[in-house]
Design a protein around this ligand. Structure first.
Ligand SMILES: Nc1ncnc2c1ncn2[C@@H]1O[C@H](COP(=O)(O)OP(=O)(O)OP(=O)(O)O)[C@@H](O)[C@H]1O
Ligand SMILES: [Mg+2]
Length: 283
């Protein structure tokens, strides 16, 4: 794609994104969480955020965690990323116990947090500077990833010149630039309007199909979860436990025909019913 004229929130690069085959062989889990409990203590206040979470994520898998506000989704992600010491249980990533911040990892949060005095490319390359890698070696990859997310021609722009969706695309490229095998996204599209959000979901799937990193994605959105996931992890209200794990057996890419199919609706209904049982959704 050579430009992006007139399509501020437009689709991913026009050329077909190459699709890497899914990993077929049974491998050791990329993320292995067992009987995880976490309690926050502040002053006299004790909050049990997670209570006995078991979750295994395979290499190259796209797992979506969906649950009500405050159920511990971000806590779970922060613990798996090594950003938060946990109370008890087992947390292993890439076969190693998590005891501190992970390096083979990219994270995207709800807010892109870009530096406004740096342009788009420089915002992407900061990831390498922080990791003491040579940004020059990654310049080509940065340009290519920016093109993949529809930002070709925007490399010199400042964040304030971009829309919310475009800023979040920069954050995604920044999270992937150092070629991590694991990407974690915590409600990355939560602040975007519905149309942009849907396009971001479509483009993220294309990017993931081309790269096949392991992806753990957190959302409140039931349809977003089903549209993206290999498996949807449904969490209970706090203290967060896993209520159900649903394998989504739908073809990819999840295009209009797939997301308007009756099977798609059945998966969404199954999740909705979980939340109705817990009183999270009341009709
Ligand atoms: N640093 C903290 N200190 C004390 N309590 C915390 C802290 N971080 C989170 N909590 C509490 O832990 C619980 C889980 O929080 P968490 O942010 O993981 O929820 P969440 O599922 O990500 O919610 P949301 O969907 O609203 O982002 C909440 O009750 C929250 O108030
Ligand atoms: Mg959260």
């Amino acid at each position: 794609m050579t430009g992006y004229a007139g399509a501020e929130e437009g689709a991913v690069a026009q050329a077909d994104v190459p699709v890497k085959p899914a990993r077929q062989t049974q491998q050791a889990a990329h993320i292995d969480i067992g009987d995880l409990r976490h309690t926050f203590q502040r002053g006299g206040m004790i909050t049990m955020a997670l209570d006995g979470v078991d979750l295994s994520v395979q290499p190259g898998e796209l797992v979506v965690v969906v649950g009500p506000s405050g159920c511990g989704k971000s806590t779970l992600l922060r613990i798996a990323a090594g950003l938060l010491p946990f109370t008890s249980g087992r947390v292993r990533v890439g076969g190693r116990d998590v005891a501190g911040p992970q390096t083979d990892l990219g994270i995207v949060f709800q807010s892109p947090v870009l530096l406004d005095w740096r342009n788009v490319l420089e915002n992407v390359l900061i990831q390498l500077e922080l990791r003491r890698l040579d940004p020059a070696r990654y310049r080509e990859r940065a340009m290519s990833l920016l093109a993949d997310v529809g930002l070709a021609g925007f490399e010199d722009r400042r964040p304030r010149e971009l829309s919310g969706g475009m800023r979040q695309r920069v954050a995604i490229v920044r999270a992937l630039i150092h070629e991590p095998t694991l990407l974690m996204m915590d409600e990355p599209f939560g602040a975007l309007d519905a149309l942009t959000r849907e396009q971001m979901r479509i483009d993220l799937e294309k990017l993931w199909l081309a790269q096949r990193h392991t992806l753990v994605f957190v959302t409140h959105g039931i349809t977003e979860a089903v549209a993206l996931a290999d498996r949807v992890v449904v969490m209970t209200p706090r203290p967060g436990r896993i209520e159900k794990i649903i394998a989504v057996d739908l073809p990819r890419p999840r295009d209009k025909a797939v997301i308007t199919s009756s099977r798609f609706t059945q998966y969404c209904d199954e999740i909705t019913e979980c939340f109705m049982r817990y009183g999270v959704i009341r009709y």
